[in-house]
Design a protein around this ligand. Structure first.
Ligand SMILES: Cc1cc2nc3c(=O)[nH]c(=O)nc-3n(C[C@H](O)[C@H](O)[C@H](O)COP(=O)(O)O)c2cc1C
Length: 205
């Protein structure tokens, strides 16, 4: 939660910029609720699937968000089948809900994935050395860490063993719907991407 700034509800361009600024702050400040949005996909069975992810990078110019994941996690196959996603954050300090829609791309190699892996910490890389695919049924509670890594971060060499399980999810945002709660009457707007342009409209809250 963050403390309330005045959200610029009198100007659509300023409000749109404020949303992107808060997303960017979510990357750099882990205390912000924008650090951990819900990423919603359509499951292979047709049901919606929501889960928390860590927002790793935001690029306003290209309207992209990025998170990291285990390539073996079910969401990867879901996104390969249907790349349409929702991203949802509610910041109670700001009294601001942001609902995004976009299309997701998975990268496992190349500049994006290699760069993301290179900038990740050894602690973060520990997850990718997990012996089982996330979501695998187990007979008993299991941390999915090898015994050696339960209490420490991996060495560079151990961490490298998880590189093959590492992937990035880049969401190209096409729709931004925000709702700002105010005692004097809520405020809401929609920003829709059309090629390189965005169209901005007020909505009834
Ligand atoms: C605070 C928090 C942050 C998380 N961050 C990520 C993340 O960045 N990437 C990820 O794949 N899973 C992350 N998870 C785990 C997911 O929420 C989810 O349980 C896991 O990815 C399996 O999802 P799936 O079965 O839908 O693929 C996080 C969970 C929490 C509680």
């Amino acid at each position: 939660m963050t403390t309330s700034d005045d959200f610029p509800t009198d100007n659509l361009d300023h409000a749109f910029s404020a949303v992107w600024r808060m997303l960017g702050e979510g990357v750099s400040d882990r205390r912000r609720v924008f650090h951990t949005p819900a990423l919603v996909s359509v499951g292979l069975d047709g049901w919606p699937k929501a889960r928390t992810v860590v927002l790793r990078s935001v690029d306003r110019e290209n309207a992209t968000l990025r998170c990291h994941t285990d390539l073996r996690s079910p969401k990867v196959a879901e996104l390969e089948g249907n790349p349409r996603v929702g991203v949802l954050v509610y910041d109670p300090g700001q009294k601001l809900q942001v609902c995004l829609q976009g299309t997701a791309t998975i990268d496992t190699n190349g500049e994006i994935a290699d760069g993301a892996w290179a900038s990740s910490t050894l602690w973060a890389r520990r997850c990718y050395a997990a012996p089982l695919a996330p979501g695998t049924r187990t007979d008993a509670p299991f941390s999915n860490l090898t015994e050696a890594l339960v209490a420490r971060q991996p060495t560079e060499e151990e961490a490298e063993g998880g590189r093959g399980n590492f992937a990035t999810i880049t969401v190209e945002v096409v729709r931004v719907d925000w709702l700002y709660l105010l005692a004097t009457g809520h405020s809401r707007a929609l920003h829709v991407r059309d090629g390189a342009q965005w169209t901005h409209s007020w909505l009834a809250p």
